[in-house]
Design a protein around this ligand. Structure first.
Ligand SMILES: Nc1nc2c(ncn2[C@@H]2O[C@H](COP(=O)(O)OP(=O)(O)OP(=O)(O)O)[C@@H](O)[C@H]2O)c(=O)[nH]1
Ligand SMILES: [Mg+2]
Length: 547
């Protein structure tokens, strides 16, 4: 390009730009630039442009990465009823929203009381002469705490240890029956005063309670029934198998007893029993201190506190323990935990500990959602949504709507349950049911790109059970005569579940992560959750990049 022309063009540009942009004019090349100077300038400009482009690209990549890591992570907790899903959710809450968890602990008082009262009633029911007669009916029994012998039936129990003080205990513990009614009523009372009080679930069909929002069922929570004097009436096999009100015997006050009670998440049991609820008295005018629920004469703690010595005597009575053993009832596998803590739990100023809340049993019906933000490096954090589903057979239809936008599944299989049967179908071994469910999940095409983490749960109970001499091969013939110790048994289950995934997954690239867990153990579970969180985030990023 001739020098003169270039200069005149430059001057023209300079003039027109300098008219409205003095900075642009200042950046223009000097008017008397030599060809050598121009070459150097242009080379420098190209270099600067390249650096600027590289920076732009870096920023673009970073932004993309941030967008990806900020993407919502949806995690679904799956597994049969009583596998530990809600407990795992509580552990996530404890780890990520500890202050909310602590604030809510007090509200769990009601559930813990009810768990304790039901355990006591369960013992009384076991000791009653009618229970022996009932044992001869081929009726389903509650699974969580009844050990079924290898032939699939509980041992015959008509003869065995007598408990001479049974009638005395029954009389002294009578107030607990009313308390059970009262707690159930309080827990199921709607939070909204204009909402009608719900009838016990047994007066409804499940499906009528499962209203849908966005094609997904609304969450409800159920307190498990424990009355096995009326098991034949109260045990659900399918949603339509609930007895109608006309089948219900006895006065209305007994109608809730032993039946499944539904607690909708919309009912405000947390508020009622929380410090902000009615159970808190106003500030004391004299001392200026905050008075608590213990000042309220209607609070359930008073009846419990009065019955504490009788409960303690019952639980410590060697004849009672012997009788429970004979009937192979293991209360420690369910809410029995609280029986070892009677003085503490029935104390007037009792505040549940983290452990108490983790062990509190409230059966989930429908799907409960919990979300929180997981901080991640320099990013704003990852929004996690965890869905906790009901695991009973008649609840499983509610799972599928969540499959389409889930990123990861934590599947829980309670391997301590190898000698138990399903409450929904006493012909089915609980571990066999978990294996069937597992097959269904890992082979599902819709879930082929979903990361799966398997929790072989209740390892603490498995260990205790094996130590007590319960043999796996009496319940799972395929175990043959391998050693009946914890190491061998847990390895066997790990291999069994792993092999099913290996052979049935539609995505051979998918890695399976297996953890041996006891999700009631906060320390161990905290470490596992941190690990799982990383796996899920990494897996999620990988999946996003592939899409
Ligand atoms: N000892 C012990 N108890 C456990 C463990 N995991 C759960 N539990 C207890 O088992 C009971 C049932 O646990 P949940 O978390 O309510 O079970 P779920 O899977 O949510 O059951 P559904 O809501 O019916 O589907 C609770 O009382 C828990 O405290 C465990 O690893 N060890
Ligand atoms: Mg649950």
């Amino acid at each position: 390009m001739p020098k003169g022309k270039s200069r005149s063009e430059d001057l023209g540009r300079r003039r027109s730009l300098s008219d409205f942009d003095p900075l642009a004019a200042a950046l223009l090349p000097p008017p008397n630039e030599t060809p050598e100077e121009k070459e150097i300038r242009i080379r420098a400009e190209i270099e600067a442009q390249k650096i600027s482009d590289d920076i732009d690209e870096m920023l673009r990549q970073e932004k993309l990465e941030r967008k990806k890591t900020r993407a919502e992570v949806n995690v679904l907790l799956l597994g049969q009823s009583e596998s530990g899903k809600s407990t795992t959710l509580k552990q996530f809450q404890l780890l990520h929203t500890p202050s909310a968890f602590h604030a809510e602990r007090i509200a769990w008082r009601a559930v813990i009381y009810l768990n304790l009262v039901r355990s006591v009633r369960r013992i009384l029911d076991t000791l009653s002469p009618e229970a022996d007669i009932d044992d001869h009916d081929d009726e389903p029994l509650e699974t969580a705490s009844i050990i079924i012998s290898s032939n699939g039936h509980p041992p015959s129990t008509i003869s065995g240890t007598r408990v001479p003080k049974y009638e005395v205990y029954k009389k002294r513990l009578e107030p607990l029956i009313q308390l059970e009614e009262k707690l159930t009523r309080l827990l199921t009372a709607p939070g909204d005063s204009d909402e009608p009080t719900r009838l016990p679930l047994s007066w409804h069909q499940h499906d009528s309670l499962m209203t849908m929002s966005n094609g997904r069922p609304t969450p409800t929570i159920t307190i498990p029934q424990t009355n096995f004097l009326s098991q034949s009436q109260s045990l659900p096999v399918s949603p339509t198998s609930y007895p109608s009100p006309t089948l219900s015997n006895g006065p209305p006050s007994n109608s809730r007893r032993g039946k499944e009670v539904t607690v909708h998440s919309s009912t405000n049991w947390r508020k009622t029993f929380g410090l902000g609820g009615k159970s808190k008295s106003p500030k004391s005018a004299h001392s200026g201190e905050i008075e608590g629920w213990w000042e309220d004469p209607d609070d359930p703690v008073h009846a419990l506190n009065a019955c504490a010595p009788a409960m303690q005597e019952l639980w410590k009575d060697p004849n009672v323990r012997q009788r429970l053993d004979e009937k192979r009832i293991r209360l420690e596998e369910s809410a029995g935990f609280y029986l070892n803590e009677i003085p503490r739990i029935t104390a007037k100023k009792y505040i549940p500990t983290n452990d108490d809340v983790l062990k509190a049993r409230l059966k989930t019906l429908g799907v409960v959602e919990h979300s929180f933000l997981v901080p991640s490096g320099a990013n704003r954090g990852v929004q996690w949504k965890i869905y906790d589903v009901g695991g009973a057979r008649n609840q499983r239809h509610a799972w599928a709507p969540y499959f389409s936008d889930v990123n990861a599944i934590i599947f829980l299989a309670p391997i301590s349950a190898f000698d138990q049967v399903l409450i929904e179908d006493p012909r089915v071994n609980r571990v066999e049911d978990s294996l069937l469910l597992w097959k269904g999940v890992v082979s599902n095409k819709l879930l082929e790109n979903v990361n799966i983490v398997l929790f072989l749960n209740k390892c603490d109970l498995l260990q205790a059970k094996l130590n007590a001499g319960v043999r796996l091969n009496e319940h799972m013939l395929s175990y043959h005569d391998k050693p009946n110790d914890y190491e061998s048994v847990s390895k066997y289950f790990r291999n069994k579940f792993g092999a099913i995934h290996q052979s049935m997954t539609p995505n051979k690239e998918r890695e399976l992560y297996i953890h041996l867990t006891a999700v009631t153990d906060t320390r161990r579970t905290g470490t596992i959750i941190a690990n799982v969180r990383d796996i899920i985030i990494r897996g999620n990023l990988k999946t996003l990049r592939l899409v």
